[in-house]
Design a protein around this ligand. Structure first.
Ligand code: AMP
Ligand code: MG
Length: 337
């Protein structure tokens, strides 16, 4: 298949392809998404095929106005209204009981649906012009880091999808916060740029699913299926070193094995004696979020490296989201210094 390259001006072309049942990679403020008409099962199937995504991993449905949500859920609960007022459009996905309009393909067989209203101007325009909600997971091959630059989408999906809308770099860089309102106490399945503290300021007490920072054991059935899959993984082995800056630098510089590289903060570079890729600065978790996926992809371009030691980010605020992605990229290999 020849993949059409579209510019930010071509939203109508993208919308027409989507209306006709095609699949198109579109920019959002979090990461690039691979979109299809959420009401067209054949189109949604194409997403799973192009990504190589397991069929029990549900998709997020994207809308451009609050009116669109009513036909997708059983009930727009008061908590959902509060969250929508506070954080939509923006990087927050809300899980509610699904209506019959949502196919089992989208929900991965669950009785719930995940919904988001993106803030990105181009994404909003494309949803409006397509005139239907769009199912859109991240536009990467399953298991790879999510795409934050159009080059990442091209590398993973060119030749497999109908079109790609090029709109430069995604400014947040990590996927949306996912919160479920289907339990008594709201539960975060995936941390993101909307922090736990922000959610609690609107909802009161919020729980964090244990899979956010722990490895799920092989046989357990996760409440959010995406949590069980290997994710964000570069080809090279990554180990997270949990400790102070000094401990990190000393550990790496005293390492006697060859072919080691560092995935570190910009401030670390001048003290390190090994090749490195940076992901943001130590005290700015938003800069880490923006850079992490590109940095993970950058590791695979390094020659002659077979082990990468990653600097551990802070685990609070947006840092929790960065930590959640990094430990998955590292296959939960963490050394406490
Ligand atoms: P992605 O679209 O690649 O950002 O992945 C979507 C994430 O949302 C995955 O981790 C899914 O498991 C999660 N998700 C989507 N729909 C649901 C749902 N109905 N219940 C729980 N998690 C969901
Ligand atoms: Mg994804």
């Amino acid at each position: 298949m020849k993949t059409k390259m579209l510019s930010a001006k071509d939203t109508k072309v993208a919308a027409d392809i989507l209306s006709m049942g095609g699949i198109v990679a579109i920019p959002t403020e979090t990461v690039y998404g691979l979109a299809a008409n959420a009401l067209n099962e054949n189109a949604v199937k194409k997403i799973f095929i192009a990504k190589g995504r397991p069929s029990d991993n549900p998709l997020i449905v994207h809308i451009s106005s609050i009116e669109e949500i009513h036909s997708l859920v059983q009930e727009l609960t008061p908590e959902a209204v509060k969250l929508a007022n506070a954080f939509w459009p923006g990087p927050l996905t809300i899980i509610l009981k699904k209506s019959k309009t949502i196919s089992d393909l989208i929900s991965g067989g669950l009785d719930t649906v995940a919904i988001r209203m993106p803030a990105h101007r181009i994404a909003q325009k494309i949803i409006k012009e397509a005139g239907v909600p769009l199912a859109a997971p991240s536009a990467n091959l399953s298991g790879k880091p999510s795409p934050t630059k159009v080059e990442h989408v091209i590398l993973d999906l060119a030749g497999k999808i109908d079109a790609i809308v090029d709109s430069g770099t995604c400014n947040i860089g990590l996927e949306s916060t996912v919160v479920s309102l289907c339990s008594k106490i709201p539960k975060v399945f995936r941390p993101g740029a909307i922090t736990i503290e922000q959610l609690e300021s609107v909802l009161g007490k919020v729980e964090i699913d244990s899979a956010v920072i722990n490895r799920l054991d092989e046989n357990s059935k996760p409440i959010s299926p995406g949590l069980k899959y290997k994710h964000y993984a570069p080809k090279v082995k990554v180990v997270v070193l949990n400790g102070s800056k000094k401990q990190y630098i000393d550990y790496i510089n005293n390492n006697k094995t060859n072919k080691v590289a560092a995935l570190c903060f910009e401030e670390d570079v001048k003290n390190l004696k090994v090749p490195f890729v940076t992901y943001g600065t130590e005290f700015d978790p938003s800069s880490q979020a923006e850079k992490l996926f590109d940095a993970l992809r950058g590791l695979d371009k390094m020659k002659d490296v077979n082990l990468v030691y990653a600097r551990c980010p802070g685990k609070f605020g947006v840092g929790l989201a960065v930590y959640n992605r990094l430990i998955r990229a590292a296959g939960f290999n963490i050394i406490n210094l």
